[in-house]
Design a protein around this ligand. Structure first.
Ligand SMILES: Cc1cc2nc3c(=O)[nH]c(=O)nc-3n(C[C@H](O)[C@H](O)[C@H](O)COP(=O)(O)OP(=O)(O)OC[C@H]3O[C@@H](n4cnc5c(N)ncnc54)[C@H](O)[C@@H]3O)c2cc1C
Length: 397
């Protein structure tokens, strides 16, 4: 049995974990980042769309090495085929860049290493070490060897299927109506427009949408998300995407280079993201944007805030729940309002039928292409007052 002691242990080297490790190490804490896979960033389970607005905040310089495509905006297609154009600045967390996650995730882990974090691959947590209600680290396996890692702060960054948070006794359970089931192909040999990330809404993807995110000439991530409660059986997600692709002449010669499936949460914020000696970030903390399903940005921002608090906690010698609530307050100040707004919007959109989507997108298509959010919402509020009435007060923030 190998035993390691550190100040901050981060479990999972996705965007959330690597960013948390970077900021904890930069703040002077001995930081260990463990990843169960043998390669950071692979396999990819993502449509790879991301906004650019957050990058300065998280000190991530734009690197052409991990940019696959720079679409100028999004097109939202109604069930009747009509579409509205939204500029990348107003299209949410998923539009602005289409990236190569295998390289992007490695770049973020590289920043953590530069800040002084140690990285252990093929090392997975399989239980939490706790005493007197405080998380003291994890037990697991590293390259097949039993391991115990003791830490003053443990950060769960182990993604949507997070077990670390559950082992730590956190409430992260999801209502089935807050889960989206996804399936995606990377298709080559297709016709796609590299200028736009395309979204198709309505009965083609109940409770979700179909996306076509261009990766480069003739290649795109083509995927579907469907509300779990609208599925008769789990195979329906892939079958629905296959059926939709078969009906698109521009994809008729398409071949899949890879495929992936996974869950996405679309819940209201959890009651707490911390306990004594413990924090959680990113998908493990259920911080995916409930409206768009984008989670990379929130993973990085929450990772930064958690990493800073972890370093501060180590410096002050206080890893109690009360001190760590500093992180809980920080992420709520930064993103809770927009998270609740997006959740409300999602609740509303879940109730709309194809006819309503056709009318909304018709209205949006009549606003100027690339209109800002305010003018689009004013147009919607004028023509469809009941649609925006419930959350209009939150929309201007
Ligand atoms: C099909 C699909 C498409 C998506 N498209 C987009 C998109 O276009 N844009 C966007 O912003 N978001 C998208 N998302 C969501 C996005 O992928 C996530 O929000 C993002 O990856 C969250 O980052 P994270 O660091 O929290 O978790 P993850 O990226 O999931 O990283 C978690 C890491 O923890 C590791 N791990 C897990 N358990 C353990 C363990 N016990 N011990 C050690 N390591 C462990 C995993 O191997 C993984 O590397 C999509 C999701 C899916 C499923």
């Amino acid at each position: 049995m190998r035993v390691i002691e550190t100040d901050v242990l981060v479990v999972g080297a996705g965007p959330g974990g690597s960013t948390a490790a970077r900021y904890a190490a930069r703040g002077g804490a001995r930081t260990l980042l463990i990843e169960k896979k043998q390669e950071i960033g692979s396999p990819v389970r993502c449509a790879e769309g991301i906004a650019q607005s957050w990058m300065e905040e998280c000190e991530v310089p734009l690197d052409p090495a991990w940019v696959a495509c720079t679409p100028e905006g999004a097109r939202i297609f109604a069930p009747n085929g009509r579409h509205a154009v939204v500029s990348s600045g107003h299209a949410g967390d998923e539009v602005g860049l289409v990236i190569e996650r295998t390289l992007f995730d490695k770049a973020l882990a590289g920043y953590a290493a530069q800040a002084g974090a140690q990285i252990l691959l093929k090392t997975h947590a399989c239980g939490v070490i706790a005493s007197n209600g405080t998380v003291r680290g994890v037990k697991g396996k590293s390259m097949g060897e039993d391991i115990e890692i003791y830490a003053r702060i443990t950060i769960a960054a182990d993604g949507f299927e997070s077990q670390v948070a559950r082992w730590a006794g956190m409430e992260t359970g999801l209502d089935p109506c807050d889960i989206i089931s996804t399936f995606q192909y990377r298709l080559c040999n297709i016709e796609c427009n590299p200028s736009y990330c395309d979204f198709y809404v309505g009965s083609c993807a109940p409770g979700g949408y179909i996306w076509v995110f261009p990766k480069g000439p003739g290649t795109a991530n083509v995927g579907i998300g469907i509300a779990a409660t609208r599925l008769a059986d789990p195979g329906q997600t892939k079958a629905s995407l296959d059926r939709w692709i078969a009906g698109k002449p521009e994809f008729s010669k398409g071949q899949a280079l890879d495929m992936t499936a996974g869950g996405i949460s679309k819940n209201k914020p959890l009651p707490s993201l911390v306990s004594s000696g413990f924090m959680m970030v990113g998908d493990a903390a259920r911080l995916i944007n409930p409206l768009t399903g984008g989670g990379i940005v929130n993973a990085c921002i929450s990772g930064k805030l958690a990493g800073e608090t972890a370093a501060d906690s180590v410096a002050r010698g206080d890893s109690g729940e009360k001190f760590l609530q500093k992180y809980d307050r920080a992420w709520r100040d930064r993103m809770q309002k927009s998270h609740i707004r997006n959740w409300k919007a999602k609740q509303k959109f879940d109730t709309l039928d194809d006819g309503f989507f056709n009318r909304i997108i018709q209205t949006l298509s009549e606003t100027k292409p690339h209109a800002n959010t305010l003018s689009m919402l004013l147009a919607l509020a004028k023509k469809h007052p009941t649609l925006v009435a419930d959350f209009v007060d939150l929309l201007w923030t």
